[in-house]
Design a protein around this ligand. Structure first.
Ligand code: ADP
Ligand code: ASP
Ligand code: MG
Length: 423
């Protein structure tokens, strides 16, 4: 028997009508004979609304209570979806993350899945029920409810697919798959037929929120093929995220990702001696603050500057930690900047061909965009730029790397080299 895990995002279950439509699709798969498990997100902007509500009653809500609060959004949609299925005469059962056996560590707001006890899920499937699991949540060892981080219903789905050894994992969202850039700011972007885990992971960690990065990581780890599809356009084929990618001759850049808002922190006048970076970054890690791009300047008179970026929500926490660390190591001061964003060019082919960085920098220069910081991996180049210029940067790079064309349309001249001029 075919076993399928599906995930429906917030916009796919935004209203009662949406929920009924999704129920219709699930019912069809169930009637075809498949075993269906669903990870569902909270309706529309519920999670944001709950966060706003919390901020109205408390200036500093305890993370534990925030998790209890936020987990309710997904519980509401799971129960409604199950009801809609019953209306279609499909036996269904809604389960919260804890009821579904999803165990996590105890890091509130950003918990990681430790394992899934599948006994209850298997029992429900054996009884021919559709199982609707509230996404984005689990149970810590101390029996507290935890949430898995924004966008993590994707991760719930892939974890369920791995634990249940599902034959397919389908992520339904409001766009027709993974595009060469965010179609909302780059109208020329096109949906990819497929993409490898590695490239998708870089896209997701640098801002392509169509897939939660940890979901891609789990997919890669457990060999779960992930099909990303539109919940509105049933005919669109979607994008397969998997180990192999088809040979897309001629264009070694697969996509452009962006983050509209990041914050930058600079510790100035840092004594340049061994161990200093650890003294700054260890307490950040202990405070669960993830740091992105890091740049250390060449030192002058044995003093250096250390700059890094964080998500805007982490800026206040980062400043608290870093001010203490800076005082301890005798750094001159700490300065910060908010209105920044990032734009990243991603593709496995970049590892083996020169010229990509040069083309990226020239494109941004010609678009009048100043680069504040640069970071790279084997398959990615990221530039930090002004927040207001991020969208222009994405469009300019999308055109410069000819991502609007189908790969086989790209000319032979392009197929043979990385780009205009060596790096
Ligand atoms: P869901 O609620 O279904 O989880 P999300 O809002 O989390 O949906 O993710 C879908 C959104 O991701 C799209 O509406 C799109 O604006 C954005 N997005 C960013 N980058 C990409 C990309 N490369 N391909 C597709 N969508 C992208
Ligand atoms: N509802 C959660 C969020 O908005 C989880 C998700 O949608 O995946 O982040
Ligand atoms: Mg999402």
């Amino acid at each position: 028997m075919t076993r399928i895990v599906q995930k429906y995002g917030g916009s796919s279950v935004a209203t009662a009508e949406h929920i009924k439509r999704v129920a219709g699709r699930i019912a069809a798969r169930h009637r075809e004979g498949a075993e269906v498990v669903v990870s569902v997100s909270a309706m529309g902007d519920t999670t944001d609304e709950l966060l706003t509500l919390a901020s109205r009653v408390s200036a500093n809500p305890p993370p534990r209570e925030l998790d209890v609060l936020l987990s309710t959004g997904e519980i509401v949609s799971s129960a409604l979806l199950s009801m809609a299925l019953h209306d279609l005469e499909v036996d269904a059962v809604s389960l919260s993350g804890p009821q579904a056996g999803i165990r996590t560590d105890s890091v509130y707001r950003k918990a990681r899945i430790a394992g899934i006890d599948t006994a209850r899920l298997e029992r429900e499937l054996a009884a021919r029920r559709v199982v609707i699991v509230a996404g984005f949540q689990g149970l810590a060892e101390n029996l507290d409810v935890t949430t898995l981080g924004r966008g993590a219903s994707d991760t719930t789905a892939v974890a369920l697919a791995a634990a249940l050894r599902a034959d397919a994992c389908e992520i339904y969202t409001d766009v027709a798959g993974v595009f060469t850039a965010d179609p909302r700011i780059c109208p020329q972007a096109r949906a990819l037929r497929d993409i490898g885990y590695e490239e998708m992971l870089e896209m997701a960690t640098t801002g392509a929120r169509v897939m939660h990065a940890r979901a891609v990581e789990l997919g890669s780890l457990y060999g779960v093929d992930i099909l990303v599809k539109s919940s509105f356009d049933a005919l669109a084929p979607g994008t397969l995220i998997h180990r192999e990618t088809t040979m897309e001759l001629g264009n070694k850049v697969r996509g452009i990702a962006h983050q509209e808002h990041v914050s930058k922190v600079t510790v100035r006048g840092v004594p340049d001696r061994p161990g200093i970076a650890a003294l700054i970054f260890e307490p950040l890690a202990q405070a669960n603050i993830s740091v992105d791009t890091i740049v250390q300047n060449a030192s002058v008179d044995e003093l250096t500057d250390l700059t890094f970026t964080v998500e805007p929500g982490d800026l206040d926490g980062a400043l608290r930690v870093v001010n203490d660390a800076a005082a301890e190591i005798g750094a001159r001061d700490v300065v910060w900047e908010r209105d920044l964003g990032t734009v990243s060019v991603i593709g496995t082919g970049m590892a083996s061909a020169p010229g990509y960085a040069a083309r990226m920098f020239r494109t941004l220069f010609e678009a009048g965009i100043n680069i504040e910081m640069i970071s790279t991996s084997d398959i990615r180049i990221t530039c930090v730029v002004a927040s207001a210029q991020v969208a222009d940067a994405v469009r300019a790079l999308h055109a410069a790397f000819e991502l609007d064309r189908e790969p086989d349309q790209v000319t032979g001249a392009r197929a043979s080299g990385g780009g205009a001029g060596a790096a």
